[in-house]
Design a protein around this ligand. Structure first.
Ligand SMILES: CC(=O)N[C@@H](CCC[C@H](N)C(=O)O)C(=O)O
Length: 389
């Protein structure tokens, strides 16, 4: 297979859309990615399936006169969301959906890789198809497993995220922090069950959970400087078995977001204080678990990002939009703390937002994204080459 055509890209994206898989379970996706990659001309490619992270795929493209290795990362996992788009190519995996557009991300990466399998780059390229972005820290795992060592170490690293609020194919970026850091929150409340008719003999975990949730919502509104930003969303609550039994246990799961580490830590500390207060006032046990993993704030490297922005702005064929920081999280933040690089948005123009069951990215973004990124990588390689001649 030569460079992927528009029709092939659309077909690949729609196939990927039909087989969404959750973090670290992306086996079908992995096999399909390999199947596509193996059809490219292999002359310049080396494919690696790391046994330590079996759903990942890494591909090196050997450069003609390499001065460095330019990394490009795409995430490959999906979300536990039941799709409601009604599309003919909707998810065939019950309860799972590419509701964050990682099918678009993968297709753009495959488009880039197919281009460079036909047009040997000057520098080496490293493509990293990363499992587990939505949870379970795929980026951090890969780093800690030593996947980026030796010839697999990028000198600079790029990655994108799709953005329904930007026009299809537009590139969005900013200097400094692009995305928030996030911390996963788990709260377990252990009370004492009993008969609905005799609350005086029980310790109701549902009432304690309700109060905890309401108090937690005062953290951002009352404890945080309004000029700064933070988020605490408690997205999951489980308790009880039937209406007439007082629940002995409740579990709350959520996420803290902040643009700086001190902000994330402050929200976590306030939440701990509230949990301790709930334990005292409701006479229940409350266990709070905070796990940041690799979801560090996405800090774009100043030098590389100024190059990327200047290039995109100067190119009349590319719509470039300078964006504000977003409270979305990304474990690419961890990798950007280890390797200089830049994350940017790719517009996919849709009314639905990321993680919505109706998300329908505009597929025109695929060709436009591939075009803009290829041009940037080519410029970057030429630039490096000229500077060091
Ligand atoms: C781009 C995006 O939507 N990313 C996810 C990352 C999840 C972070 C982590 N598991 C958490 O929820 O704290 C997001 O929800 O922003």
């Amino acid at each position: 297979m030569s460079q992927l055509t528009h029709d092939e890209l659309i077909q690949i994206r729609r196939h990927l859309h039909q087989i969404p898989e959750l973090a670290l379970e992306e086996y079908q996706t992995h096999d399909y990615l390999l199947e596509v990659i193996k059809q490219f001309d292999q002359t310049y490619l080396t494919i690696r399936v790391p046994k330590e992270l079996p759903t990942a795929v890494m591909v090196r493209v050997a450069g003609t006169n390499p001065r460095r290795t330019i990394g490009y990362r795409t995430d490959i996992d999906a979300l536990p969301v039941t799709e409601q788009t009604g599309l003919p190519y909707a998810s065939q995996m019950p309860g799972k959906m590419h509701a964050c557009g990682h099918d678009i991300h993968m297709t753009v990466a495959l488009g880039l890789l197919s281009y460079y399998s036909e047009h040997q780059p000057i520098d080496n390229l490293l493509f990293f198809f990363q499992p587990a972005e939505e949870s379970k820290n795929g980026g951090k795992l890969a780093y800690e497993l030593g996947l980026f060592t030796g010839e697999w170490c990028p000198d600079e690293f790029y990655g994108l995220h799709d953005n329904p609020e930007l026009p299809a194919g537009a590139i969005g970026c900013r200097m400094g922090t692009l995305f928030a850091g996030t911390t996963e929150v788990n709260v377990d409340i252990q009370g004492q069950g009993g008969h609905a008719a005799f609350p005086q003999n029980a310790k109701d975990a549902v009432v304690a959970a309700a109060s905890l949730i309401t108090q937690a919502q005062t953290i951002v509104s009352r404890s945080i400087d309004p000029i700064q930003s933070g988020v605490l969303t408690l997205g999951k609550l489980e308790a009880g078995t039937i209406r007439n039994v007082i629940a002995d246990h409740a579990r709350i799961e959520g996420t803290i977001r902040g643009l700086t580490q001190p902000m994330i830590e402050k929200i976590g500390q306030r939440l701990q204080t509230i949990c301790d207060g709930i334990a005292t006032s409701f006479e229940v046990d409350v266990k709070l678990e905070l796990n940041q993993g690799g979801y560090w704030p996405v800090e774009n490297n100043a030098d590389l990002t100024s190059h990327l922005i200047a290039f995109m702005q100067a190119n009349p064929k590319i719509t470039f939009i300078e964006t504000a920081p977003a409270m979305t999280g990304e474990d690419f933040g961890f990798l950007l703390a280890k390797f200089p690089g830049t994350m940017f948005w790719l517009g996919v123009e849709d009314d639905a937002q990321l993680h919505a069951p109706t998300l329908t990215p505009d597929e025109r973004a695929i060709d436009r994204g591939i075009e803009a990124i290829t041009q940037f990588i080519n410029y970057r390689m030429q630039e490096n080459y000229l500077l060091e001649e």
